[in-house]
Design a protein around this ligand. Structure first.
Ligand code: ATP
Ligand code: MG
Length: 290
């Protein structure tokens, strides 16, 4: 195995220091080409498992992607999900909340976007922003209409607890939660921004605001560290995916998702005796057609 999941998982209860997670790590791969061979195999495995997930219609899977800008979330989602049937897959990108969304509690819009049974749902950003961008920019919290009594004490610890409870609720109801933090380095982010500025085909991806956000890098990293430490649980672990080499992050994400689907022991539904009888009857009717 060229991807050792233990190197990526945030152990429940551990205190994360991101300096101990190397964004340039590429597992046992010596080249991009090697990783792409495995990615192709994993995409095929994923398609097979998704077919059974859809047929069985019991479990759902929620895959969360969190990262700093330009870490490669979009490309990762595009590549990893390239083989799956669009009918059984839904992607939702969370932006700054609208005024209607702000009239609700912060989990509301996430609840509405959860995958149906049988589906894989991707959250491109998620309720975790409520402990990241909202923490780094206290002004956003001011706009959340929270009653004073709910803001006393350590609001972030309470949000972590609410999120742990929410994810426990999801898992207890058959919605598997897989969480990825794409760990890009500050210098690689700079190189990608420069590429977006200099390459006309990438200009559309550039946002001046992303460069402003970068000035809060250290605050974001400490918010991520606390969030990862507090919300990696036995049932819903965080995977920190080294993201300086996009090909490694993609291969690792596909490998983890395929592994998590495999663990479910999915099976095509077996027909009951009476349903088998109906099938045989239908076959006879078809064969008897003139
Ligand atoms: P891209 O790679 O295309 O830039 P993106 O996910 O960064 O994708 P944007 O439209 O650039 O998409 O940014 C979405 C913005 O919305 C981010 O800055 C994010 O922090 C912000 N956002 C997401 N959820 C929340 C939230 N709950 N509260 C406040 N801001 C949020
Ligand atoms: Mg952006």
């Amino acid at each position: 195995m060229r991807i050792d999941h233990d190197k990526l998982i945030v152990k429940p209860g551990s205190k994360v220091r991101l300096k101990n997670f190397d964004p340039k790590y590429t597992g046992g791969y010596r080249s991009r080409a090697e990783a792409e061979v495995d990615l192709t195999k994993d995409i095929a495995r994923l398609a097979k498992y998704q077919d059974i997930l859809y047929a069985q219609n019991d479990y759902a899977m929620l895959v969360i992607f969190q990262a700093m800008d330009a870490a490669g979330k979009d490309g990762c989602i595009k590549h990893v999900m390239s083989g799956v049937n669009p009918q059984g897959c839904q992607v939702y990108s969370f932006k700054a909340p609208s005024s209607k969304e702000l009239d609700h509690d912060y989990l509301w819009r996430n609840m509405c976007a959860l995958p149906e049974r049988g589906n894989i749902g991707i959250f491109n950003r998620s309720y975790y922003e409520e402990t990241l961008v909202v923490r780094v920019h206290p002004g956003i919290l001011e706009g959340q209409q929270l009653p004073a009594a709910t803001r006393k004490g350590n609001l972030w610890e309470r949000r972590f607890e609410q999120i742990r409870n929410f994810e426990k609720y999801l898992v207890d109801n058959g919605i598997v939660v897989v969480k990825f933090f794409l760990n890009v380095s500050k210098e690689e982010q700079k190189a990608r921004f420069l590429e977006r500025i200099r390459n006309p085909e990438k200009n559309w991806k550039f946002s001046a605001n992303d460069v402003k956000e970068r000035q809060h890098w250290a605050e974001y990293m400490s918010a991520y560290e606390e969030m990862l430490s507090a919300t990696s649980t036995k049932d819903s672990k965080w995977y920190v995916l080294p993201a300086d080499e996009k090909w490694f992050a993609r291969a690792a994400a596909a490998d983890v998702i395929a592994h998590e689907l495999k663990k479910l022991g999915l099976r095509y539904p077996k027909l009951r005796k009476d349903q088998q009888g109906a099938l045989a009857e239908a076959e006879r009717t078809l064969l008897a057609e003139k």
